[in-house]
Design a protein around this ligand. Structure first.
Ligand SMILES: [Zn+2]
Ligand SMILES: [Zn+2]
Length: 312
């Protein structure tokens, strides 16, 4: 067993991070697009030749607004089980819409659609983390059986047994996911409310809904308003994946009664991680938990006694 094998495994995990980020980002991007379509329909429904006046925006909600709200949620529904978190938010946004004006109705659509999407992200993330745990367990089995050549089977949709559920749900990641989801709602609502509050012209609407290259920083743009928290969501899931991989590794080490452990740093590791690795080998019981910081993909391996230390 060599550092090279671990490095290969790390690069596999890094590309899995990338794939999964693409998937969750896409969920939110589609939702922001749905919100955009909704705003266009809203504008077409209520704007006159003078655009959308502040007076119209402040008029009481209509059946049309409520239908839009219900239709938007219907468009997003899928087979992800509805969590308690989503139930609470759906109720809240329905209530907000019902008692308010046109601007409140739009804000409610933003809140509800992002919440439905986060529910979906939570569901697929849980499966993703379970897959990562199972894949690492298998990898560690291969390592333990001392096969030189290994190929990792593609682990997808594994059954989440109580033992795996315990590891996956063993941190507050889903609570934090909802915090960032609520922040995203607030960011997007704010940019839309700001646009609506003084009345809205076609030109301002275009600026608000303009499609940007990802990562473009543009004040007053809907997509840009959603992106900050999308990044935070990705970061949570990446760090949680590193946590369950570390748990699978440590479980295997304990079973095999491994005594000492080395930390293998990821390519482009930061100084903090390099310093940590240089302090190794660690006694198993004293080995720090990984990730060492958010986004860290460093890994552990059994220390081979009498091996020349690898220069860092
Ligand atoms: Zn680092
Ligand atoms: Zn690291």
């Amino acid at each position: 067993m060599t550092d090279q094998q671990e490095e290969q495994r790390i690069s596999q995990l890094l590309s899995s991070d990338k794939r999964f980020k693409g998937q969750t980002d896409n969920f939110y991007v589609q939702t922001l697009k749905l919100i955009s379509d909704n705003l266009r329909a809203f504008y077409a429904r209520y704007a006159s030749s003078k655009g959308l006046t502040a007076d119209v925006v402040r008029q009481r909600i209509t059946h049309w607004d409520l239908d839009q709200f219900i239709h938007a949620i219907d468009l997003l529904s899928d087979d992800a089980p509805i969590s308690e978190e989503l139930k609470k938010r759906k109720k809240l946004y329905k209530y907000q819409a019902a008692g308010g004006d046109h601007a409140d109705a739009v804000a409610a659509i933003i809140g509800a659609t992002i919440a439905v999407t986060t529910n979906k992200v939570q569901h697929v993330s849980r499966q993703h983390l379970a897959n990562d745990y199972a894949a690492e367990q298998r990898y560690q089995q291969v390592i333990a059986s001392k096969h030189i050549v290994w190929t990792l089977p593609h682990t997808q949709g594994i059954q989440i047994t109580p033992a795996i559920g315990h590891v996956v749900d063993g941190s507050d990641w889903s609570d934090r996911l909802w915090v960032h989801s609520d922040n995203m709602v607030a960011d997007v609502q704010k940019v839309v409310r700001n646009s609506l509050s003084g009345g809205l012209q076609q030109q301002q609407l275009e600026k608000l809904l303009q499609h940007l290259q990802p990562g473009t920083n543009a004040a007053g743009n809907l997509q840009a308003a959603g992106e900050t928290e999308m990044w935070m969501v990705d970061r949570i899931i990446r760090s949680e994946s590193a946590r369950v991989v570390d748990k699978a590794t440590m479980d295997s080490f304990k079973n095999r009664r491994v005594k000492r452990v080395d930390i293998v740093t990821e390519p482009d590791a930061c100084d903090k991680c390099k310093e940590l690795a240089a302090r190794g080998p660690f006694l198993l019981v004293e080995c720090p938990a990984l990730p060492w910081h958010p986004n860290c993909r460093c890994k552990k391996r059994e220390h081979v006694e009498n091996e020349e230390p690898t220069p860092i």
